[in-house]
Design a protein around this ligand. Structure first.
Ligand SMILES: Cc1ncc(COP(=O)(O)O)c(C=O)c1O
Length: 392
């Protein structure tokens, strides 16, 4: 069977090769510890599960959902933005519900960019920004995220002709995979640039509620002029351990929100209304106890990993947010060689940085979403493997 030509443009799936090796090792009886995938290991808070159970029993919720997200869900999201970021949003025109933010991130590109257009994509980054631009036939212009610039792109270095053709700029802070955060000054600079060149600033705020050492992430919409050119993706997946539930929203510039909602009305029929009802409970109840416990847990794990990697003499920036630790490969290995080294010699899976873009070469990513004792065990194994390496 011959597939569409565009399928050939897609790069190989990030974890495919690693999954194959892990399956092979497990079949040989090895106890593998997978620190590759970022997916919370803690359960969704019970009051949200209970809200879903009740909402699922309501026959009114068994019919097709509202295409744009139910009005109560959009109102709850707008009230959340008011309380959390002091940002006022009109729930009717500035909020659209999504079936997880990945869905909205992917579809927004189809509403905004096509052949001849440029999409500005951080390198390394969450792969969906790039793959959708490729599928939509737009040109991807990578913005390297380098350690010496605290993993913020150098916006002043983008050539004038690229800026003139650019339709979208993707930003994701707190950042996957580097764990970096962005100060408000950076957002101000990005908003000014996007207004000057009429580029849609797309902010992916997936890790908003994870913060260590007192850190709290801002929203790009806190910048007064951002509403002119910015859309932001806010997902319940990571804050409330709801990755399997598929619920999020895109908020901000009404033209972009309308374009995304219109496109989606031709593609899907919205998130299950019972899930939206439970999401309203998540967004309405005081989340402080959940976030406090969660951040304490991730920070404890982060500190175990930082200490171990530093004892291995690897370069490790201290992340203030996300559940990722980004660190240099040992002895100048490529990221895929280093990842394979830890699979073979420590039975630990870490994600190769180059899978997130060329500028990720020389780096690896550890996810903190594994039980603390297993994570500590993985660090011991990696230390032992590194000791063997240095004694060779
Ligand atoms: C940066 C980033 N954006 C978006 C997503 C997708 O989140 P959702 O579950 O809302 O689709 C992820 C998931 O890992 C992510 O890392």
């Amino acid at each position: 069977m011959k597939l569409a030509a565009r399928m050939e443009k897609l790069p190989p799936y990030l974890f495919l090769e690693l999954d194959r090796i892990v399956a092979e090792k497990q079949a040989q009886g090895y106890d593998m510890i997978n620190l590759g995938i970022g997916d919370p290991d803690q359960p969704t808070p019970s009051y949200i599960v209970k809200a879903l159970q009740e909402a699922a029993a309501n026959p009114a919720n068994h019919r097709y959902p509202d295409y744009w997200g139910s009005l109560p869900f959009r109102q709850a999201m707008s009230q959340w933005y008011q309380r959390r970021f002091a940002v006022t949003l009109d729930p009717r025109s500035e909020v659209v519900g999504l079936i997880g933010s990945k869905e909205g991130i992917a579809h927004l590109t189809w509403a905004m960019a096509g052949p001849g257009d440029v999409v500005l994509v951080p390198d390394p980054s969450y792969p969906v920004y790039m793959t959708q631009a490729i599928l939509a036939g737009a040109d991807v212009y990578p913005l390297p995220l380098l350690a010496e610039r605290q993993f913020l792109p150098d916006l002043r270095n983008i050539p004038e002709d690229i800026l003139r053709r650019a339709k979208m700029l993707w930003l994701n802070y707190p950042n996957n995979p580097t764990g970096a955060v962005a100060p408000r000054e950076f957002y101000r600079e990005a908003v000014a640039l996007c207004r000057e060149y009429d580029i849609l600033l797309c902010s992916d705020l997936a890790y908003a509620e994870i913060g260590f050492d007192g850190y709290r992430a801002p929203s790009v919409l806190e910048i007064p002029e951002a509403r002119d050119i910015a859309i932001e993706f806010y997902s319940l997946s990571k804050p409330f351990n709801m990755t399997g539930w598929r619920i999020a929203a895109a908020v901000g510039n009404s033209t972009a929100v309308k374009a995304l909602g219109t496109l989606k009305s031709h593609l899907d029929s919205g998130a299950f209304t019972a899930v939206q009802d439970a999401a309203i409970v998540a967004l309405t109840e005081d989340p402080t106890p959940v976030f406090t416990a969660q951040n304490r847990l991730y920070q404890e794990r982060r500190d175990i990993v930082l200490e171990a990697l530093r004892a291995m003499r690897l370069t490790v920036p201290t992340p203030l947010s996300t559940f990722y630790v980004w660190f240099s490969t040992p002895r100048g290995m490529t990221s895929s060689d280093a990842s394979r080294f830890f699979v073979e010699n420590a039975q630990v899976v870490v994600a190769p940085g180059a899978s997130y873009g060329q500028a990720g070469e020389g780096w690896l990513r550890i996810s903190l979403t594994t039980a603390t004792d297993r994570l500590a065990e993985a660090m011991q194994r990696m230390k032992r493997a590194m000791e063997q390496l240095t004694s060779i």
